[in-house]
Design a protein around this ligand. Structure first.
Ligand code: 9D3
Length: 273
């Protein structure tokens, strides 16, 4: 899978994809990332990328011509002129903007099925809307908070999507089975309603993790985890997932897939019994 990032701050991405899974995915040739300096597509002495908004108001707007040239340099034509080749059909141009649809794990999974994603980083007050109209397949936000520009969002998209590309994670399936990964998860449970595994968490947050030493900072790791009774461990982890989700993300409980045992547990957590 190939990502292209168009930005006025190419230096922002120096080092950011040189760690951990993203680095390994690139080293193995599974993922490539190209960073393109928007100013390289200007022609004036000051390498101007922005201008004042028509109609007045705060701030500056990224002007359309350098962006159109940068896109042309990447072989991207306006949507209306795009040949319906196999490559084109597996390519998307995405504008990172606070006005976009929100990135979610299901959307990330869709994007991971593509061959190429071109990411345009907005800056200042925004990007001339005609770039969006002419070239962009999607306007994408990473959440309901205000960033200074699209660069951090682009890095988040690359990180989130590329780890779902087949072969990038050690276990190819594991990206599918995380918190947020399976709103529609089938949780298989044993006769007592305890999930057989924590994979397919069913849209709950993860349970807390512990490692050695057994005592740290005056706190003991939970006894159940040291005992080796795997059904008890699964039961404890499931309860912890429900507790954390109730405390931090009660909205997720609405669409989580919960067993009857989960619902009983949740009730007893809620009533503090
Ligand atoms: C007057 C309102 N503007 C500033 C407070 C709107 C505005 C302009 C530019 C808000 C944010 C930005 C810059 N943000 C992005 O380019 C951006 C973003 C974000 O702010 N939040 C979540 N996802 C994204 S993706 C790109």
């Amino acid at each position: 899978m190939h990502f292209d990032i168009i930005t006025i701050f190419p230096g922002f991405f120096a080092g950011i994809f040189e760690h951990g899974i993203v680095r390994r995915a690139q080293a193995e040739g599974l993922v490539t990332v190209g960073v393109h300096d928007l100013r390289a597509y200007t022609h004036d002495r000051h390498r101007t990328v922005d201008d004042r908004p028509f109609g007045g108001g705060e701030g500056m707007v990224l002007k359309p011509e350098p962006l159109a040239e940068a896109l042309a340099g990447l072989g991207m034509e306006p949507k209306a002129a795009r040949a319906q080749t196999e490559v084109a059909e597996r390519t998307r141009v995405i504008l990172l903007s606070a006005q976009g649809r929100t990135l979610t794990q299901p959307l990330a999974r869709e994007l991971a099925g593509l061959e190429r994603v071109v990411l345009i980083c907005g800056r200042y007050e925004g990007v001339d809307e005609r770039i969006n109209q002419l070239y962009c397949d999607m306007e994408l936000s990473i959440g309901d908070y205000v960033l200074s520009g699209g660069e951090l969002a682009a890095a988040v998209v690359v990180d989130t999507v590329m780890r779902l590309v087949p072969g990038v994670l050690g276990n190819e399936a594991s990206g599918e089975f995380e918190s947020f990964g399976v709103a529609d998860a089938e949780i298989t449970t044993d006769q007592t309603g305890v999930p057989r595994s924590q994979h397919g968490a069913g849209g709950l947050l993860d349970y807390p993790h512990y490692t050695r030493p057994a005592e740290f900072g005056g706190l003991q790791a939970p006894e159940v985890l040291l005992q080796g009774d795997h059904q008890q461990i699964r039961r404890w982890r499931r309860e912890q997932q429900l507790r954390k989700t109730l405390a931090n993300r009660p909205d997720l409980l609405e669409r989580a897939s919960l067993s009857d045992e989960d619902k009983r547990l949740l009730d007893s957590i809620r009533t503090g019994s």
